[in-house]
Design a protein around this ligand. Structure first.
Ligand code: FMN
Length: 168
């Protein structure tokens, strides 16, 4: 069962939860992977509801989004086993099946090809419209020093929110 929602009614819940971490889930070549994110932006661009995700080039998730062009954003709504965000924020889908190891329950997609996750039921379904590779010369020096001492820049994925639901 899914309760269909207006994503912006839950923007505050999603942005507050990001302080601890939420999940971003991808599917490519028949495999589902998820990673913890702490950065993200919700808003309107080109007259469409948008979620912007910031994914470093080194992440397996980066390769997955490049292939599929879509993802879901999964936010806890109520209790959450605290080990999930730590595990998904330190293990890579390149060598670990995080979904299987944690025993996460996938939820059938609605308007895209990527499932939700029952344990983090507040779900945004997102299709990438545009991606921006960050450029060194326009980032302030203090941010470069703090976040990019060895490069590994973020790609900003501007994705249209094409579905939003709470899995029940
Ligand atoms: C709380 C927290 C927030 C994170 N936020 C981000 C983020 O916004 N963008 C990012 O690229 N990595 C972020 N990470 C790191 C990734 O979750 C981590 O590198 C993960 O293992 C990548 O998995 P993957 O290789 O399967 O994509 C975060 C990690 C934690 C613990």
């Amino acid at each position: 069962m899914k309760k269909i929602i207006d994503a912006f009614d839950y923007a505050g819940d999603i942005c507050k939860a990001m302080k601890k971490g939420i999940l971003l889930t991808t599917k490519a070549d028949g495999k589902v992977n998820t990673m913890t994110i702490g950065w993200g932006t919700m808003g309107i661009e080109w007259g469409r509801p948008i979620f912007v995700a910031y994914v470093r080039g080194s992440r397996h998730t980066h390769e997955m989004i490049e292939k599929s062009g879509e993802f879901t954003v999964n936010t806890p709504f109520g209790e959450l086993d605290s080990k999930i965000l730590g595990f998904c924020g330190t293990k890579s889908g390149r060598d670990t099946d995080k979904i299987q190891e944690l025993g996460l329950t996938l939820v059938e997609p609605l308007n895209c090809g990527v499932p939700g996750i029952m344990e983090l039921p507040l779900t945004l379904e997102c299709k990438v419209l545009y991606r921006m590779e960050q450029t060194l010369d326009t980032i302030p020096q203090d941010i470069l020093d703090r976040y990019y001492p060895s490069g590994d820049f973020h790609y900003a994925y501007y994705a249209e929110i094409v579905g939003a639901y709470i899995a029940e």
